[in-house]
Design a protein around this ligand. Structure first.
Ligand code: SF4
Ligand code: SF4
Length: 289
């Protein structure tokens, strides 16, 4: 199902702007701002949609993935959401983890900024969408997304990605993946409503986001996020370093007082005991703060 449009011009009409074709793509964004219905900066309304995913509740059944594909008619071989399934360690110390992935509907979406024709835009409630009529299929947004959450739709020849099932939530329904989640791992709602479950979780639990150092301010929050499980055996120690520094800061600890960082990490990110053993080795490789 297609999402509602917030623009009035189609891509053919844009390309017909003869004068603009002479000035080139570099100057198109400023010119097209005249026509854009929304600004590129984030939400301004009293609604800010967000998702909280508790990875401890995810059993890796992929019901969310199937529901999304069916709901949004996602073509074969492509996904708007997927579950990363990572095994780490060597027998008998092996652990397996699942990490649900989807567009983060970032507060500072770099994909928007890099679209030369403002085909990708953010609604006041924070949802980042693509106007398929305006999209040129140039893929600038795809290469810009630090999370690799976009793909090129093979028949429509446009960018595509998760929309938080905007057509459903505008009718008071939950996103298809949230409805389908067997473990109730995914929670969706208005984080500006203090009575909502997402607001409660974000306020009271140690939520984390993917690649916080990118400063995109994702609005898909994770509970029990384990960066090492996201990255698998190719774990990027840069994240661990970032993560460790923030945990120490969050807890108000001095560097010298952190005698056993792995136990601090265990408390904060819920890493299990087997994994923690490996984690400690890896933290040592990261070096000092
Ligand atoms: Fe854009 Fe990527 Fe953020 Fe989604 S996750 S809003 S595609 S930068
Ligand atoms: Fe904009 Fe992405 Fe479409 Fe290019 S592919 S026009 S950057 S939405």
């Amino acid at each position: 199902m297609d999402e509602p449009k917030n623009k009035t011009m189609g891509r053919r009409e844009i390309l017909k702007l003869g004068g603009l074709t002479f000035v080139g793509l570099a100057t198109l964004p400023s010119a097209l701002k005249l026509f854009a219905g929304t600004g590129e900066n984030g939400p301004s309304s009293k609604v800010r949609y967000a998702m909280v995913i508790d990875l401890k509740k995810c059993i890796g059944c992929n019901a969310c993935v199937v529901a999304c594909k069916q709901e949004n008619n996602v073509p074969l071989g492509f996904n708007r959401t997927w579950v990363k399934d990572v095994e780490r360690g060597t027998y008998p110390q092996v652990t397996r983890g699942f990490t649900s992935m989807l567009c983060n509907h970032c507060e500072n979406p770099i994909c928007n900024r890099n679209c030369p024709v403002h085909a990708t835009y953010q609604r006041p409630d924070g949802i980042v969408l693509v106007d398929y009529d305006r999209c040129l299929g140039c893929k600038y947004c795809m290469v810009s997304c630090p999370y690799n959450m976009r793909f090129a739709h093979p028949s429509r020849k446009t960018a595509d990605k998760c929309t938080f099932c905007v057509h459903r939530i505008d009718r008071g329904l939950k996103p298809a993946c949230v409805e389908a989640c067997i473990g109730k791992s995914r929670v969706f709602g208005n984080m500006l409503d203090p009575k909502s479950e997402v607001a409660r979780l974000i306020k009271t639990k140690p939520v984390h986001v993917l690649k916080p150092e990118q400063n995109t301010k994702p609005h898909v929050f994770y509970l029990n996020l384990d960066y090492m499980m996201v990255e698998g055996n190719k774990a990027n120690f840069k994240y661990m370093k970032y993560y460790r520094r923030n945990i120490v800061k969050e807890m108000g600890l001095s560097e010298a007082s952190v005698s056993d960082v792995s136990s601090v990490l265990k408390d904060k990110c819920g890493a299990d005991r087997t994994y923690n053993y490996k984690l400690k080795d890896n933290i040592n490789k990261v070096g000092s703060l």
